[in-house]
Ligand binder design. Structure first.
Ligand code: IPM
Ligand code: MG
Length: 357
C-alpha cells in the first residue's frame, strides 16, 4: 500500500522521538512492502519561528492532503511569553479543529513489565489497569470564547464552555462503540452537580444508551473519578468525557501505568484520516540529550497503521516489539527501576528495530 503521512517534527525533544519513529515506520514499509510518502508539516514553535504563526493555512492544507498525520509534541520555554493566540499550543488546537478530529482515544494500560514504575501499590496494579479515555477534542472550554478585559481598573478573564447536543451525541457514540469492542462498560465522567453542560451530556448519553443495551452504562463526577483512578482503576473499561476533563484525567491515568512516556493517542473525525501523537509534552529539559522515551510516539505510529490504514498485523508487530524490548529489561530514564538496564532514545529504537527484523 502507498500512503501519504504528514510528519510534524514538533519542538524540543519531540524532534528526537519523531526521528526514531520514522526509522520504525521505514522498517515496517520494507518488511511489509508498503510505501510511505512523508510530507513535512510545520506546526507549533517550529512554525512560529519559520512563519510567525503556530499553524499557517498552507501547513493545515498540507495536513488535509495526507492520509494521516504523525506528531511528536509542541511547545517550549522559548515561546512561553507569547500571547494566547500565538502560542505553539494554539497550533495544535487549530490543527485538531481544522482536521475535524473530535474524538481522542487515550489508552491507559499497564505494561506488566513496568508495574514497578507505577506509583500505585502492588495490590492495586495486580488487579490490572486496562481502560481507555474517549476525550471530546474540538469543543468545550478549549474552543469557547476567551476574553481578558479590565473593568473599573480590575482585570477580568472569561473562558466559556459551550457544548451542543450534536457534538455530545457524536462523541457519545464513539464512547459506546469503543465500549462494545472492549468489555462493554462505559462511564460518563462529568460535573453534573454543578455544570449545565454536564447535565446536557447526561441527558444525551442516557438517551443514546437505549441503543446499546449490551453496554453497562454509568456516570461519575470528575472529582470522584480522579480519586477512583488511583484507588481502584480496575473498575474502568471505557471513560467518555468532555475536552478539559479528558486532558486532566489522561495525564493521571498515564502516570499510574508507569510512565507517561509510554502512552500513545489517536484523534479521529468522521473518516479515517487521523492525527497520532503521544500524550506527553515536548520535555524541553531533556531535549537533545538522547534521554527521551521514543515509545509513546512509536506506539502512536502503530495506532496510525491500525486505525487509519487498517494494517492490524503491522501495528501488532510494533506493539509486540515494544513488549519484547521491555521484557529484555531495557528502560529509558523515565521508566527506569532497579535491576533494569537504562538506555537512550536511539538505543531503545535500535533494540526495537532488531526485534522487527
Ligand atoms: C494534550 C496537551 C494539549 C491539550 C496541550 C498541549 C494544548 O496537554 O494533548 O493533552 O491540552 O490538549
Ligand atoms: Mg494534556
Amino acid at each position: 500500500m502507498k500512503k501519504k503521512i504528514g510528519v510534524i517534527r514538533g519542538d524540543c525533544s519531540s524532534r528526537e522521538i519523531v526521528e526514531q519513529t520514522l526509522r520504525v515506520l521505514d522498517a515496517i514499509a520494507k518488511k511489509y512492502d508498503h510505501e510511505w510518502e512523508y510530507e513535512p508539516i510545520a506546526m507549533g514553535g517550529d512554525a512560529i519561528d519559520q512563519y510567525g504563526s503556530p499553524l499557517p493555512d498552507h501547513e493545515l492544507k498540507k495536513a488535509l492532503s495526507c492520509d494521516a498525520v504523525l506528531l511528536g509534541a509542541v511547545g517550549g520555554p522559548k515561546w512561553e511569553g507569547l500571547p494566547g493566540p500565538q502560542r505553539p499550543e494554539k497550533g495544535l488546537l487549530a490543527l485538531r479543529k481544522g482536521m475535524g478530529l473530535f474524538s481522542n482515544l487515550r489508552p491507559a494500560k499497564i505494561w506488566p513489565q513496568l508495574a514497578d514504575a507505577s506509583p500505585l501499590k502492588k495490590e492495586i496494579t495486580d488487579r490490572g489497569i486496562d481502560f481507555v479515555i474517549v476525550r471530546e477534542l474540538t469543543g468545550g472550554v478549549y474552543f469557547g470564547e476567551h476574553t481578558t478585559t479590565t473593568e473599573n481598573g480590575v482585570k477580568k478573564a472569561l473562558d466559556l464552555m459551550p457544548y451542543d447536543e450534536n457534538e455530545i451525541r457524536r462523541i457519545g457514540r464513539v464512547g459506546f462503540e469503543t465500549a462494545m469492542k472492549r468489555r462493554k462498560k462505559l462511564t460518563l465522567v462529568d460535573k453534573a452537580n454543578v455544570l449545565d453542560t454536564s447535565r446536557l451530556w447526561r441527558e444525551v448519553l442516557y438517551d443514546l444508551s437505549k441503543e446499546y443495551p449490551e453496554v453497562e452504562f454509568d456516570v461519575m463526577f470528575v472529582d470522584n473519578c480522579a480519586m477512583q483512578i488511583c484507588k481502584n482503576p480496575a473498575q474502568f473499561d471505557t471513560i467518555v468525557t468532555e475536552n478539559m476533563f479528558g486532558d486532566i484525567l489522561s495525564d493521571e491515568a498515564s502516570e499510574i501505568t508507569g510512565s507517561i512516556g509510554m502512552i500513545p493517542s489517536s484523534s479521529l473525525g468522521e473518516g479515517t484520516r487521523g492525527l497520532y501523537e503521544p500524550i506527553h509534552g515536548s520535555a524541553p529539559d531533556i531535549a537533545g540529550k538522547n534521554l527521551v522515551n521514543p515509545l509513546a510516539c512509536i506506539l502512536s505510529a502503530a495506532m496510525m497503521l491500525r486505525y487509519s490504514f487498517g494494517m492490524e498485523e503491522e501495528a501488532a508487530d510494533i506493539e509486540k516489539g515494544v513488549e519484547a524490548v521491555l521484557n529484555d529489561g531495557l528502560r529509558t530514564a523515565d521508566m527506569m527501576s532497579e535491576g533494569m538496564r537504562q538506555v537512550g532514545t536511539c538505543e531503545m529504537t535500535d533494540a526495537l528495530l532488531e526485534k522487527l527484523a
